[in-house]
Design a protein around this ligand. Sequence first.
Ligand code: AMP
Ligand code: GLY
Length: 423
Amino acid sequence: MNILILGSGGREHAIAHKISQSPKIGNLFVAPGNAGTSQIATNVEVGVNDFDGIRTLVLDENINLVVVGPEDPLVNGVHDFFLNDSELKNVPVIGPQKAAAELEGSKEFAKEFMMRHNIPTAAYQSFTSNNLEEGYAFLETLRPPYVLKADGLAAGKGVLILQDLNKAKQELKAMLLDSKFGDASATVVIEEFLDGIELSCFVWSDGSNYKILPTAKDYKRIGEGDTGLNTGGMGAISPVPFADEIFMQKIEHQIVKPTVEGLKKDNLPYVGFIFIGLIKVGDEPKVIEYNVRMGDPETEVVVPRLKSDLVDVLVAMSEGKLDQINLEIDERAATTVMAVSGGYPEAYEKGKEITGIESIQDALVFHAGTKLKDGKVVTNGGRVIAITSFGNDFKEALEKSYQNIEKLHFDGMYYRKDLGFDL
Ligand code: AMP
Ligand code: GLY
């Protein structure tokens, strides 16, 4: 069968890599892809939000299934676009329709969903420019730190955590009145600060049945010791050592089951990946956020641990037959370390030649922000390449990731050397 993956990051390269190993795959396309995906699939210069371009590609290449990598096209309704087109409507799309994608597209929608279905999360209230004063009053009832979240998509930057009450009020005003995050902050969710350790849980749903994938932990801050600015993710570890069986049962019963059942009750068809951002407070899991896609770089450790044929799993998802699949998982630990451009997550330069990729051994190389230029692989983003390794435990796996990443080189390359420090 022919498959199209939408996206261009390490997540999409890891998914493409796994799909390319299936005996069921015919032609594999990635739009727009990167230098890594071009080695195992056909890259097509079509953007993830160019629905007409995607339509032409799917029809011209007889695509049988589409996997959506990032959230943007889902929130913009790419799945609905397929369902509403007489020639595309029978091509399955892995990724929810627009209405359910609001779980990521609107924090307020997600909070209301969790309240409705009794899913544990931080207490909250939401505000607009019409009730700014009430927002100030609500902040006064909370203890620091104060958590302010722009309701809409803000490229991962829309969450502010502030120690000072006056600063929190100023920021609330900037978000609501001065459009600090554009339209995304026309509504702001203010919530209780949860103190604990975070992990990512991935659920694959066919709308009724679900499978829970291995847990992962990502490292979001740029600096060692979890300091400095937030990034898309500097590396990840799977499984998460503190997520033992009892904790996983709590996650399944208190969060995963009510989420899948809640989507069904609310008449929100969901064929796709659900990424639940969790925090362990004491011994209890609470939801920080939903994403309607896989995590990046978590995918670079979770998908390589999947031993089952990914094409079989995706087809079962699209046919409502996930209950017939037995997910086989590699028992070993996997880690990934991300090499990023100097300056990231602030301004950085692109187009730096990357060398040393061919000397990497006993590890997987997933390209994130790369492209081919005059036959050379050059940097094309903030996050550039992720090196994934296996080991009997995360320390052994990390050692291999670090030994290999040292062989890579590009001007300004940086990576965190302390992953796993908190475990
Ligand atoms: P989000 O975009 O919702 O994932 O938030 C970004 C980050 O902010 C999360 O990964 C957490 O580290 C942090 N965060 C969000 N909400 C809370 C909360 N209620 N309590 C503590 N930390 C939070
Ligand atoms: N690694 C976090 C994310 O994909 O949002």
